[in-house]
Write a protein that binds this ligand. Structure first.
Ligand SMILES: Cc1ncc(COP(=O)(O)O)c(C=O)c1O
Length: 450
């Protein structure tokens, strides 16, 4: 039997379609538009199998910060691989994990003193949900069996994470019978982020909404979870830090843990190292992943406070232990890569670059703002978004048109990777993207929008 992979890319793609199931994909669509081979990456560009070079306009699913194949990241990986590739983390410890904690802790709110490792954003969230629930139970608060969350939220694809994400859509509705009990309310988007937007009365309405929600559900929630400043997968919805402050107040009032999911917003994306730095809010749990390793290896962290940790402290027979762990918990290679990532933040002007990029993105996005095929151009830090509409009607494109998907494919032909989410077209390039590339990318978008 021949086990060899075909040598031609056209045959390899056929092999892929015969055997592989891709994420977030209706595989039938690949009959017409097969998956695109990627054969390499250089800096902020991806190199495609047919020779095309495209700007990684969405940071390879929101991970990449310093560009691909960064020599400091690769060097750290190589050095660590020569020492220790993997060991179980139950009963053992190692230098890369400890160095990572030592490097990251000073950048977090002081109360975040305890770090639990896992390997993706969804598990970071699952861990926070389980810890929060167990901590409530171990304080004798047996009525705390529900969670609270924002509508349009997204926290990952494992069942716990799905249970606190937006439910009323076709992505997750089918799983409803299997999920955690969760109550939700909608926060308004922040008009101050819109180009040409005016601050209106949304803050007062928003605050009233927060208060009403906690009045109704405050006694039953173990924890409330939110993505600070930006609801990413919900459609790049930028929301006001003042409303997160109100949520914190209400959580304190009712004894509810606050979980901040910074899986996407962390590591400079929003213009500060963490989004919470702009909010003046300290959570009880903080979830980090994606940018943590510059996208080079899977890793995530769930941080919490000593106060929470103490609820798990006791004799073995008290059954207070947090019985949770993944095979790759604190994988040394991933930790070493994360340390290299943080050393770049320490030693290079990464945040200054991010600010320059954010300025360039806001300026370039102005050029898109009046286009008849888009509405609501808005930016926050190194994220720029808008809604695509049919210029003839001013309404969103019909879902059957698959406008976003086709737009994504056409953009690849023009040297740009973007992947609209429904009507939402956005750019979230690596922080190291030269501002001139943003101008080019926006010119491409204008051309493609017609
Ligand atoms: C805010 C947020 N939380 C959690 C996740 C899930 O992360 P992962 O895909 O690594 O499981 C994502 C992924 O996009 C996210 O944006």
């Amino acid at each position: 039997m021949n086990h060899l992979l075909p040598s031609e890319w056209s045959d390899r793609v056929a092999f892929d379609l015969a055997h592989v199931w891709h994420p977030f994909t209706q595989m039938k669509e690949h009959l017409e538009d097969p998956p695109v081979p990627v054969v390499g990456a250089e800096g902020v560009d991806l190199l495609l199998g047919d020779g095309r070079r495209v700007l990684d306009g969405i940071s390879s699913w929101w991970c990449n910060l310093h560009g691909h194949g960064h020599p400091r990241i690769l060097g750290a990986l190589e050095r660590q691989a020569a020492k220790l590739d993997h060991v179980m983390f139950a009963g053992f410890t190692h230098e890369p994990a400890l160095e990572l904690v030592a490097r990251l802790r000073p950048r977090l709110p002081q109360a975040m003193t305890r770090c639990f490792f896992s390997d993706n954003g969804s598990t970071a969230v699952e861990i926070a949900l389980k810890m929060a629930f167990q901590a409530q139970i171990q304080q004798g608060r047996a009525s705390r069996v529900r969670f609270g969350a924002l509508r349009e939220g997204y926290h990952g694809d494992t069942l716990g994470a799905v249970g606190v994400g937006e439910l009323d859509n076709w992505l997750t509705g089918v799983f409803r019978p299997l999920l955690l009990h969760c109550d939700r309310f909608a926060v308004p988007e922040d008009p101050r982020r819109e180009l040409g937007g005016e601050a209106t009365g949304t803050l007062e309405t928003g605050r009233a909404g927060v208060k009403a929600f906690f009045e109704a559900h405050g006694e039953t929630m173990a924890a409330f979870i939110a993505e600070p400043l930006v609801q990413g997968a919900g459609g790049m919805r930028f929301w006001a830090p003042e409303l997160l402050q109100e949520i914190r107040l209400q959580c304190d009032r009712f004894g509810i843990y606050l979980i901040l999911d910074e899986v996407m917003t962390g590591f400079g994306r929003t213009g500060s190292f963490l989004a919470l730095d702009q909010c003046g809010v300290v959570p009880d749990f903080l979830c980090l992943s994606k940018g943590l390793t510059n996208g080079a290896l899977p890793l995530s962290l769930t941080w919490t406070s000593d106060a929470v940790y103490q609820h798990f402290w006791g004799d073995y027979t008290e059954w207070k232990t947090f019985f949770h762990g993944h095979t790759y918990t604190a994988n040394p290679l991933a930790c070493a890569v994360a340390c290299a990532n943080l050393s770049l933040f320490d030693e290079e002007p990464v945040m200054a670059r991010a600010h320059a990029l954010a300025g360039a993105m806001r300026e370039a996005w102005q050029g898109l703002a009046g286009h008849p095929a888009i509405r609501r151009a808005r930016t926050l830090g190194c994220i720029a978004a808008c809604q695509m509409v049919d210029p003839r009607t001013g309404q969103p494109h019909h879902v059957e048109e698959r406008f976003g998907w086709k737009f994504h494919r056409r953009a690849l032909d023009h040297g740009l990777l973007v992947r609209p989410m429904g009507d939402c077209l956005y750019l979230m390039p690596p922080l190291a993207t030269p501002p001139a590339r943003i101008q080019e990318a926006v010119e491409t978008l204008v051309e493609l929008l017609g």
